[in-house]
Design a protein around this ligand. Structure first.
Ligand code: ATP
Length: 228
């Protein structure tokens, strides 16, 4: 059974429909990349899965449970750890408080997060709003891991960061994968996604147009669906 199973997902912003039928699955220990050009529905898909966007139709099952009727905090409690677009750390709280605020028991502890992102260890007492963009992103990932999620969802985790920081974040995501963490990842870094993902789902105009292994993405697909 897939950990996450999405079938024929449609989603709406008021009267305007943004998703017209998205299918995707994430298996236990699998890394799935959700790809597609700007505005094709990646963030909307993630918001519908995590129930932050409630006006949707279709099937969203997580660990066998139907998420449709649940508010987003209940979906999170079932084991979905979201690193949202734009990071959204709690600015006035310090690093330690951000990490412990949503912590739940499991293998991920403060020490283990600091092991993954040593920079956070040096800044435990610092207010989140005073961190650099890269540090805030590490904090957002650390905070999601502290909930000990069965599925980690990363939305644009490397956007707007310096190349050296991006590399650090991709290295950390690679480590999570080797640990067996199930991950759904949205990013524009095509090369990195290709190296990392077990499977890719490409969205176009609110639909999943193509699903397959990264090695099977042809040049024609790149041109028509990814605009690479
Ligand atoms: P990007 O890579 O630019 O972040 P995306 O693939 O994540 O794009 P979405 O942000 O999911 O795309 O947007 C999908 C569609 O839904 C777009 O047509 C967008 O204009 C529309 N949309 C997104 N957010 C809203 C909103 N809050 N209200 C109305 N329409 C929205």
């Amino acid at each position: 059974m897939a950990l996450l199973r999405v079938r024929n997902l449609e989603a709406f912003y008021g009267a305007s429909q943004a998703l017209f039928g998205v299918d995707l699955e994430v298996g236990e220990g699998e890394v799935v990349a959700l790809m597609g050009r700007n505005g094709m529905g990646k963030t909307t898909t993630i918001r519908a899965i995590t129930r932050m966007l409630r006006s949707s139709r279709g099937e969203v099952r997580f660990a066998g449970r139907d998420l449709a009727p649940l508010p987003s905090f209940r979906a999170a409690r079932l084991g979905i750890g979201l690193v949202p677009e734009g990071r959204r750390c709690f600015g006035p709280l310090n690093v330690r408080e951000n990490l412990t605020a949503a912590a739940r028991p499991g293998a991920w502890t403060l020490n283990r997060v600091v092991g993954l992102f040593p920079r956070l260890g040096e800044r435990m007492g610092q207010q989140a709003l005073t961190l650099s963009g890269g540090e805030q992103q590490m904090l957002a990932i650390g905070r999601a891991l502290m909930t000990n999620p069965r599925l980690l969802i990363l939305d644009e985790a490397t956007e707007g960061l310096a190349p050296v920081v991006r590399r650090e974040i991709w290295a950390a995501i690679g480590e999570l994968k080797r640990d067996g963490q199930s991950i759904l990842v949205v990013d524009k870094a095509f090369r990195e996604l290709r190296d990392l993902a077990d499977r890719c789902v490409i969205l176009a105009r609110g639909r999943s147009e193509w699903t397959g292994r990264p090695g099977d993405i042809t040049e024609a697909i790149e041109t028509s669906l990814l605009g690479v």
